[in-house]
Write a protein that binds this ligand. Structure first.
Ligand SMILES: CC(C)(COP(=O)(O)OP(=O)(O)OC[C@H]1O[C@@H](n2cnc3c(N)ncnc32)[C@H](O)[C@@H]1OP(=O)(O)O)[C@@H](O)C(=O)NCCC(=O)NCCS
Length: 194
């Protein structure tokens, strides 16, 4: 092909892609999953993290809460179009004004890049606070307790999920003012290259 192009008079330039840094979109939006592909991508990400990567669930992490839980996604944009789901969390009301959040997951190549984990936690609790919330709980893997403490959560108990130890944690609702718009995307910019 190269020889054909040269014979046709086309100037062929070789680029060493090994020296080109991978493209990192400048912004990620955090908002409820809207399109069916976004929900499907969120479920696929959950399965990849909680089944394949962490082995907490065998083949599928979905449960009864998915029938009514809200799914929040972090989405990269390309030329103004939603392109890739890179993070997710879900939340649901377990009793009047009592909420729980779960299945927080970020794709490996976007961890510690945009502040997505913190952004998704903030969006979930602020969403519940806007809907009416007296308590927001989550069961947290022990290596992530420090992450949640930094986000104004307190440990109030302990439990196990499929034999994996977890901490029961509660959000300080004062740190999560009610969300002004349920649909608008919260934009996060790259904090550091991964
Ligand atoms: C845990 C997880 C959600 C964090 O998401 P993330 O997007 O990488 O984290 P963020 O960039 O939002 O981190 C915010 C801050 O917390 C810190 N942090 C991240 N993970 C942490 C941890 N496990 N312990 C302590 N601090 C942590 C970051 O360094 C960052 O600090 P900075 O603000 O000083 O830079 C992500 O690593 C993940 O998806 N892990 C696999 C799935 C999982 O464990 N889910 C949680 C189940 S409880």
């Amino acid at each position: 092909m190269r020889r054909v192009l040269i014979a046709l008079g086309v100037r062929v330039v070789t680029v060493d892609l090994g020296n080109v840094a991978p493209f990192v979109p400048p912004h990620v939006g955090i908002r409820p999953a809207v399109a069916p592909w976004e929900r499907a991508a969120a479920f696929a990400l959950r399965r990849s993290v909680f089944c394949d990567e962490q082995g907490i669930f065998a083949e599928d992490d979905r449960d009864a809460a998915d029938a009514h839980a809200q799914t929040i996604v972090a989405v990269t944009y390309l030329m103004g179009m939603a392109d890739r789901v890179v993070g997710t969390v879900r939340l649901h009301e377990t009793a009047p004004r009592r909420w729980t959040g779960s299945r927080l997951a970020i794709v490996p190549d976007c961890r510690a890049t945009y502040g997505l984990g913190a952004g998704l936690v903030h969006r979930a609790v602020a969403t519940a606070n806007a809907a009416g919330c007296d308590e927001f709980l989550a069961t947290v893997q022990l290596p992530n307790v420090a992450f949640f403490r930094r986000l104004h959560w307190d440990k109030i108990g302990a439990c196990a999920i499929n034999g994996h130890p977890h901490a029961l944690m509660r959000a300080d609702l004062a740190a999560y003012p009610p969300l002004a718009s349920a649909t608008a995307a919260t934009l996060l910019a790259v904090r550091r290259a991964s």
